[in-house]
Design a protein around this ligand. Structure first.
Ligand code: ARG
Length: 457
């Protein structure tokens, strides 16, 4: 049966039906759709638009359908979309009265409401997963607050850093993602239901009732906008894309740090994969896949932006294209967040390798320049003197901490005996005690601040 068959002489062609249908993917909305319909039926009853017993029997029928779907006793199939499926099933179960459910609403405000309910629940789930990942990062930071690793710029060793400071950097990114998702939740928690097809409704409905029943904070203020607004989908996809960007950077570090060339971290066997031909290989497929999935999430963001850019007011069927990208991005994001958190919890840190690497590449040269500058040498000159010293080290095949006081003094008489302590790897990291810096104290303060902010979510 078609929802619109009254006006039509001929049935829709099979290929047109197949092209038009959305049940194959919008079945994911079954809970949102039924929840919104129960609230709508309750409101119609309370406003006297339906008899109380009609409203009751409809609500009861809907809840039974929901229970059957959840129990796996009812297959969601054989209709154009989730809305016509639920309505058809309702009429089959409770008879003619089921046909009254669609009073004072349209599939246009219905689907807009369903998508918001679904997206809202998805945001809550994502917030929980990001939070769990930050908790693992905090745990790893706490246990590595005394460890030192190389800090890079341009993927060249730059300065020794605190290992906890490294993990804290990613916690900061994910805290911003938490902030973005929760701001979006507040902004999108507006109910379109009651806008009907586009112009509103002539029935004496009370949208405040449905708003409260569905836990929305506000009701939409313009019916034309409400049925065609998918800003929240685009925003969700942007938040997802940026979270994936952060996760992808962390994965890139993971892939590099676990390579034989770096050897700083090790992925446990349970989270590694092998090669079908090279018996010696242990591959980082999980972080590679997370990095790869970032691409499809970016693609879905571009997809929805392109879908909404040219649609005339108000609802157009183009908007049905908001769903698959959303669902796919949601799956990629949730799976990536949880697998990475599980893996990170089990990664081993090769503390000695990191420490050794942190001291290589003349990584304390800035400390030498700073030493001179703090003793009155203009920084630019201090930089040049230190540069000479590095060149000397390269020629002699020596590291900066291996130089004698005489060798230091040969390039500048400003050097005193304390330079020998200043150029060590640990002193370098410890010297940067500013907020957010590489000292143990600064890294501990960073952890405390992250834990405090995380509590808000
Ligand atoms: N499957 C449709 C969608 O996702 C439901 C709304 C249909 N509305 C209509 N006027 N054909 O957008």
């Amino acid at each position: 049966m078609k929802l619109w068959e009254g006006r039509f002489d001929a049935p829709t062609a099979g290929d047109a039906d197949a092209f038009n249908e959305s049940l194959s993917f919008d079945k994911k909305l079954y809970r949102a759709d039924i929840t919104a319909s129960v609230a709508h039926a309750a409101m119609l009853g309370r406003c006297g638009i339906l008899q109380a017993d009609e409203s009751d029997v409809i609500q009861k029928g809907l809840l039974e359908i929901l229970a059957d779907i959840e129990a796996g006793a009812l297959a969601v199939e054989g209709a154009e979309d989730i809305h016509s499926f639920v309505e058809g099933e309702l009429v089959a179960r409770i008879g003619q009265v089921g046909k009254k459910l669609h009073t004072a609403r349209s599939r246009n405000d219905q689907v807009a409401t369903d998508m918001r309910l679904y997206a809202r629940a998805s945001i809550d789930k994502v917030i929980g997963l990001i939070k769990a990942l930050v908790e693992v990062l905090v745990k790893r930071a706490k246990e590595s607050v005394k460890y030192i690793m190389p800090g890079f710029t341009h993927l060249r060793k730059a300065q020794p850093i605190n290992c906890a400071q490294y993990f804290n950097a990613y916690s900061e990114m994910f805290l911003r993602d938490l902030d973005r998702f929760s701001a979006l939740r507040r902004r999108m928690n507006v109910m379109p239901l009651g806008s009907a097809a586009l112009a509103g409704t002539s029935y004496p409905i009370d949208r405040e009732i449905t708003k409260t029943l569905l836990d929305f904070d506000e009701i939409s203020q313009n019916s034309l906008d409400a049925v065609s607004d998918r800003d929240f989908v685009a925003e969700y996809l942007f938040c997802a894309a940026l979270t994936m960007a952060h996760l992808s950077r962390l994965c890139e570090d993971t892939i590099l740090y676990t390579s034989e060339e770096f050897g700083y971290w090790e992925i446990p066997d349970a989270y590694s994969t092998g090669s079908s031909i090279m018996p010696q290989k242990k591959n980082p497929d999980i972080p590679e896949l997370v990095r790869g999935k970032t691409g499809r999430v970016y693609g879905h963001l571009m997809g929805i932006l392109t879908v909404i850019k040219g649609i005339p007011l108000a609802y157009n069927k183009d908007l049905q294209e908001d769903k698959e990208g959303f669902f796919d991005a949601e799956t990629a994001l949730c799976n990536s967040l949880s697998i990475y958190a599980a893996m990170l919890e089990r990664i081993t840190l090769n503390v000695n390798a990191m420490y050794k690497a942190a001291g290589m590449g003349y990584s304390t040269a800035t400390d030498v320049a700073d030493y001179l500058a703090k003793r009155g040498v203009p920084f630019r000159d201090a930089h040049a003197v230190t540069g000479k010293l590095v060149r000397y080290c390269i020629e002699q095949g020596k590291s900066l901490p291996a130089l004698s006081l005489e060798e230091f003094r040969a390039v500048s008489p400003v050097f005193g005996a304390d330079i020998l302590q200043t150029v060590t790897t640990r002193a370098s990291a410890e010297g940067r005690a500013c907020v957010g810096g590489s000292s143990v104290g600064a890294a501990r303060a960073g952890i405390a601040s992250i834990k405090k902010r995380l509590k808000q979510y």
